[in-house]
Design a protein. Structure first.
Length: 407
């Protein structure tokens, strides 16, 4: 175990002893990383639409930019860690992002799914999204060059690569914090339960079983789940795709922040009707084992100026409904304080919740919403009325009694 953790400390980052020349130490780091036993393989991967890259001088000359890769959630809509792996992939370079889609870590992987499970198990508070480039051949030089290119593109390595404590948190088993040998197993058990609860709260349905050998040493890392769970994940994804295909209706997924956690929801677009000024759409919102129906009207000003699909601002509105924990179905008459959650316009959503909707719009689309006040109908008071009219100075002599015999 000690030898394993020493290898793990150096592998993901390409860092080694200071006395070894930099190029040699980086090559040793990648080689050591790839040769580790599967049970302890670091699960550093962040796939967001995997891109396969050939390992050749020509490919090395045109390294894919990190900003060009699509972002994907580590936990899929069915609750599994199941990235799309290109057949024949031998290695990958990946990046991990937090809930705000801020880059946290860049590493190497030989098994993308295993790497994603590992980073999720170690950092459920930080590992939300991923991107990855998958390679058919394990080419150390190309992998190191790609990681360095991403560092340069970002201006500097992310905190998970740059800062020692953060680097350790991504690359090593979680230390439960106990000092005495007697207290270590109990502390590790408590830490494992804490991590498992955080992972479950994220909507993951996979089992995360702690490594008993590490638990005895006061550390927590989770074992791999095996082929059975991979088959379950594939079956769940296939079933969802079949249902969507049979319905002939597009189904999209998005993320909402609920109780401080980013959670995925799905939206089935059951009707899409163009209007002169935009669209109105009938949607089915699926979240937390509950389906609700909504009709949403959206104007062009919410998607055309931003280069978005009309579905994206609608998903921002639905994410806000989940974030604010609004009742997702209302019957009967609505009160003046009740938002019409089952039939509303995007402009209503912005007017009711300007700051919250702006934040949800940014989170969902990556675009900053321009203030829509100029587009709203406004009823401005231009004449005084009511209590002010009872002031004699305002009413004038005709209404104060001076012109009415004193009355």
């Amino acid at each position: 175990l000690k030898q394993h953790h020493e290898q793990a400390s150096a592998c993901s980052l390409g860092l080694g002893a200071r006395c070894v020349p930099q190029q040699q130490q980086q090559e040793q780091a990648v080689q050591g990383f790839m040769q580790r036993q599967p049970r302890y393989r670091i699960r550093s991967s962040t796939v967001c639409a995997a891109a396969a890259v050939e390992s050749s001088p020509a490919a090395a000359a045109a390294l894919p930019k990190l900003s060009d890769l699509p972002l994907q959630a580590i936990i899929n809509p069915q609750g599994f860690v199941s990235p799309d792996v290109v057949p024949g992939t031998s290695a990958a370079v990946f990046s991990v992002y937090d809930e705000q889609q801020k880059l946290q870590y860049i590493g190497f992987s030989k098994d993308l799914r295993a790497s994603l499970r590992t980073v999720l198990g170690r950092r459920p508070d930080k590992a939300f999204y991923f991107k990855a480039v998958q390679m058919p051949v394990l080419d150390q030089e190309h992998m190191l060059a790609l990681r360095q290119a991403w560092f340069d593109e970002c201006g500097a390595p992310p905190s998970g690569n740059k800062l020692a404590l953060e680097r350790k948190a991504w690359q090593s088993a979680v230390d439960a914090g106990a000092i005495s040998a007697r207290a270590k197993p109990a502390a590790a058990a408590d830490k494992a339960r804490e991590l498992q609860a955080a992972i479950k709260a994220r909507g993951c349905v996979e089992e995360f079983t702690p490594d008993p050998d590490l638990m005895a040493e006061g550390q927590v890392d989770f074992l791999q789940s095996g082929d059975a769970v991979e088959q379950q994940a594939a079956a769940a994804a296939s079933k969802a795709a079949t249902v969507a295909a049979n319905n002939g209706r597009p189904v999209r997924t998005a993320t909402a922040v609920v109780d401080g956690q980013a959670k995925q929801f799905s939206v089935e677009y059951t009707g899409r009707y163009p209007t002169k000024g935009g669209f109105f759409m009938d949607v089915k919102l699926s979240f937390d084992h509950m389906d609700t129906k909504h009709r949403v009207i959206i104007g062009k000003s919410y998607y055309e100026p931003y280069g978005l699909l009309p579905e994206q601002p609608i998903e921002a509105a639905l994410a806000l409904i989940l974030h604010l924990k609004m009742p997702r179905h209302r019957d009967g008459m609505l009160g003046t304080a009740d938002f019409p959650v089952n039939y509303f316009t995007i402009s209503e959503m912005e007017q009711w919740f300007p700051d919250d909707f702006g934040a949800s719009f940014l989170h969902t689309t990556g675009k900053e919403l321009v203030d829509g006040q100029d587009f709203f109908w406004r009823m401005n008071k231009i004449h005084d009325y009511g209590g002010k009219l009872e002031d004699p100075k305002t009413l004038g002599s005709a209404m104060t009694g001076s012109g009415m015999g004193g009355y």
